[in-house]
Design a protein around this ligand. Structure first.
Ligand code: PBG
Length: 327
């Protein structure tokens, strides 16, 4: 058989396969979500996310230590406040749960990179991502409280803020207030193409942020749409975003590819709670090899064009990269 091209030559052994990998991963590009509960002392497992925990303010540094031990140096913080009201005022309280968590982390681990999720749904008693007018979220009123919340996170010491609410104009509103207060060097990671997804289910029970009525379809994107993701990214670029994000990840790999090709900004993807929970459940049922699947799922997101990944598997992935199983 006279074959000139034999692609299998580059698959013959581990050494040559590693040499020829087209996608390279690093623990530096992994971001771990940390849930801090103001009412909790110690650590409590999250029922909807097996293997994940709620941390009390007294033990948030433990979460950081676990990250550092695994080689993960970046987190995104989510807060469960002690009190909620119609406008979500605990979101921007100087002594709010996220603000206190940031200070606790930064006092002990000043180099640990802290990103904060900026949204109102965990802080409003109705569970919607902003201030309501009737049964609708009032976009422009919500911009004010989002901006105040982002500023309070940065004043507490956050390294980066990540608005996840999907209001129009939120990046510009946050950029303006940060600049006015001298934080012009603090970056904004925009949840740019965030879809109205059923994959957020386990997160909403973990964060206590399910809407009391209705849904988020008036805020988040319709999963049918592709061009709209490009529009949302373009607007966020214009408004001053530093990093763009596509969320969820695995069902939206086409969107990640398209947006990362179209824009020069670093591209983040969020492997969300439902993606994690599905792997966990299938593994618990003995149906799949969890370790190989978590590696392959993450790898596909980077191959699609993401430069960084928010994932509940960050610690396991950092280990896999170190061992050379991926990356
Ligand atoms: C807050 C927010 C959500 C997630 C991240 N930030 C929930 C939502 O939009 O309902 C989802 C994360 C996950 O599912 O892991 N708005």
């Amino acid at each position: 058989m006279e074959l000139i091209q034999r692609p299998r030559r580059l698959r013959g052994n581990d050494a040559v396969r590693r040499l020829c990998r087209e996608t390279r991963l690093s623990p530096d590009s992994l971001i771990y979500p940390i849930f801090v509960d103001e009412t909790l002392k110690g650590v409590r497992p999250i029922e909807s996310l097996p293997g994940q925990n709620h941390y009390g303010l007294d033990s948030v540094c433990l979460a950081v230590e676990e990250c550092l031990a695994a080689g993960v140096t970046h987190c995104i913080l989510f807060g469960l406040p002690a009190g909620k009201d119609a406008v979500g005022s605990s979101a921007w309280a100087e002594n709010g749960v996220v603000q206190q968590a940031i200070r606790a982390i930064k006092a002990n681990y000043p180099d640990f990179y802290v990103i904060t999720d900026v949204c109102m749904c965990e802080y409003t008693d109705h569970g919607h991502c902003g201030i309501l007018r009737g049964h609708e979220v009032d976009n422009d009123k919500t911009l004010e409280v989002l901006a105040k919340t982002a500023l309070s996170h940065v004043q507490a010491g956050a390294d980066m803020v990540a608005p996840s609410d999907m209001m129009d104009g939120r990046v510009a509103a946050i950029r303006t207030i940060l600049d006015e207060h001298g934080y012009e060097t603090t970056p904004i990671m925009a949840y740019s193409a965030k879809y109205a997804s059923a994959f957020y289910g386990p997160f909403r029970s973990a964060a206590g942020s399910a809407p009391a009525f209705g849904d988020r379809k008036g805020c988040q994107m319709d999963p049918h749409n592709r061009k709209e993701a490009l529009k949302e990214c373009a607007l966020d670029v214009e408004e001053g975003a530093d990093i763009l994000m596509v969320k969820p990840a695995l069902s939206y790999l086409d969107v990640i590819r398209e947006c990362s090709d179209a824009f020069d900004l670093p591209m983040c993807a969020y492997q969300v709670s439902g993606e994690y929970a599905m792997i966990k459940a299938a593994a618990a049922a003995g149906l799949i090899d969890e370790y190989r699947i978590l590696c392959e799922a993450a790898l596909s997101v980077f191959r699609a064009g993401a430069n960084m990944l928010i994932t509940y598997y960050a610690k396991e992935l950092a280990g896999a990269i170190r061992k050379g199983d991926i990356g």
